[in-house]
Design a protein around this ligand. Structure first.
Ligand SMILES: Nc1ncnc2c1ncn2[C@@H]1O[C@H](COP(=O)(O)OP(=O)(O)OP(=O)(O)O)[C@@H](O)[C@H]1O
Length: 245
């Protein structure tokens, strides 16, 4: 169970980016999809959230197939995009209610969880605020609250630490761990490998649209003569290897 991506090829019209991509994120597992700029991470995510149609291959989430039951597949996903998407004319409170209604979980119990999350990110007194009043980091936090409140079977986070202060980064790690403890699958992208190594179960490396490695942080470090603390150097090694080919 969990997310199973089998032999996906796809991308954009006239530009096949992903070639035979297969990997899994088991229930309760935290997987970081990593790679150099342009390797195909966002393209992979766009296929999982159903924004792009694969030319080949299958995507199955907890036994529900994206091609056969798209609505049931997508309703299991909470997605935090790299760039926050907010409507200028809706207050923070209205945004959260809209999102909950869309997932048909706008009830008192969920709202108490929302208030807990708002407190964690120090937004509890800003329910009447419009997005234009939010800083970049605050907009990112709104997206985090929106996603974590859903308790979805699959959480997808594109660059979870971007624009966040260190305090908020720690909160995000704690909340991601909490999702995994609840049995939900977590797929994230990041360029901060040494930080991610502290809490992810597995790295899946994309190189030119293909999976070139899948394994634990220790296995990735060992395979390249690195330590967990020096894992950020992995991208330099990848870039050197790319320059040589
Ligand atoms: N809308 C698009 N139309 C055509 N090609 C695109 C489009 N978006 C991305 N690409 C191409 O797809 C390839 C993979 O891009 P993608 O955004 O998936 O990479 P990424 O691994 O997420 O990179 P980054 O770390 O920079 O976010 C790149 O060659 C890119 O130019």
């Amino acid at each position: 169970m969990g997310l199973k991506i089998k032999k996906i090829s796809g991308g954009y019209v006239g530009n096949t980016v992903l070639k035979d991509v297969s990997f899994e994120v088991a229930n309760g597992e935290i997987v970081a999809l990593i790679g150099l700029n342009g390797a195909g991470k966002s393209t992979t995510i766009n296929h999982i959230i159903g924004e792009l149609q694969p030319q080949q291959g299958t995507l199955v989430l907890n036994d529900v197939s994206l091609s056969q039951q798209p609505t049931a597949f997508k309703s299991q996903i909470a997605y935090i995009p790299e760039q926050p998407i907010l409507y200028d004319e809706l207050t923070l409170g209205e945004h959260l209610h809209l999102m909950l209604s869309a997932h048909m979980i706008d009830n008192t119990l969920t709202w108490s969880r929302v208030l807990e999350l708002l407190k964690i990110f120090r937004l509890e007194d800003k329910l009447q605020w419009l997005p234009t009043h939010f800083s970049k980091g605050m907009r990112q936090k709104v997206m985090l609250v929106s996603a974590f409140m859903l308790n979805a079977p699959l959480l997808i986070v594109d660059e979870p630490f971007l624009g966040l202060d260190t305090l908020a980064q720690k909160d995000v790690v704690r909340l991601i761990r909490e999702q995994s403890e609840k049995g939900n699958s977590v797929l994230m992208t990041t360029h901060l490998l040494a930080s991610a190594a502290k809490f992810v179960d597995r790295f899946v490396v994309l190189r030119d649209g293909k999976v070139s490695f899948s394994g634990t942080p220790t296995a990735l470090a060992d395979a390249h003569g690195l330590t967990l603390d020096s894992l950020d150097d992995f991208f330099d090694l990848m870039q050197e290897a790319t320059d040589e080919t």
